[in-house]
Every structure is written in structure tokens, then in C-alpha cells.
Ligand binder design. Structure first.
Ligand code: SF4
Ligand code: SF4
Length: 81
């Protein structure tokens, strides 16, 4: 999963781009639900939120490291649920 850091300026550009609805407004800045973020695997070649964020405040979440295969399995689970 990816993670938004405190550089986030709450611009709301990323939220509508997420194919999994994983992004929402948090208490101080936007947050990504690691259970829903597939790093865009299954939908796009690259993480859409990272691609549109104007301040580059989104990166891999060190607490939720995942390889492509497990991300794809998560995508399958989310789309068949
Ligand atoms: Fe959503 Fe993709 Fe960003 Fe994960 S990487 S939060 S799935 S847009
Ligand atoms: Fe925050 Fe970047 Fe999303 Fe804007 S695009 S809300 S700065 S994470």
C-alpha cells in the first residue's frame, strides 16, 4: 500500500482518481486505507494518486510492504467481493 505524508496540502486531487476508493480526508490530511490500496495493480500501470499529487507527498508505506502478486490478490478480492 501507499501512504500520504504530512506534506499533504489537502487539495483533493488524488481522491477521485483512486480506482479502489482507498483515499479519504483524514483529521489533518488525506489518508489511504491500506486494506483498499492495491498500488493501482489491476487497474493501472502506475499509482494514480502519486501521478497526480502536486506536492509528491505519497510514497510506499513501510508498514505495509507488498509485492505485485499480493497486490494483485488484493485486487481480485476487492473486485469479486
Ligand atoms: Fe488508490 Fe492507486 Fe493511490 Fe492506492 S495507489 S491509493 S489504489 S490511487
Ligand atoms: Fe494530499 Fe497529494 Fe492528495 Fe493533494 S493529491 S490531497 S496533496 S495526497
Amino acid at each position: 500500500a501507499l501512504k500520504i505524508d504530512d506534506e499533504c496540502i489537502n487539495c483533493d486531487v488524488c481522491e477521485p482518481e483512486c480506482p479502489n476508493g482507498a483515499i479519504s480526508q483524514g483529521e489533518e490530511f488525506y489518508v489511504i486505507d491500506p486494506a483498499l490500496c492495491t498500488e493501482c495493480v489491476g487497474h493501472y500501470d502506475e499509482p494514480q494518486c502519486m501521478a497526480v499529487c502536486p506536492v509528491d507527498c505519497i510514497d510506499r508505506d513501510p508498514e505495509h510492504p507488498e509485492d505485485k502478486e499480493s497486490l494483485y490478490q488484493k485486487y481480485l478480492k476487492l473486485t469479486t467481493a
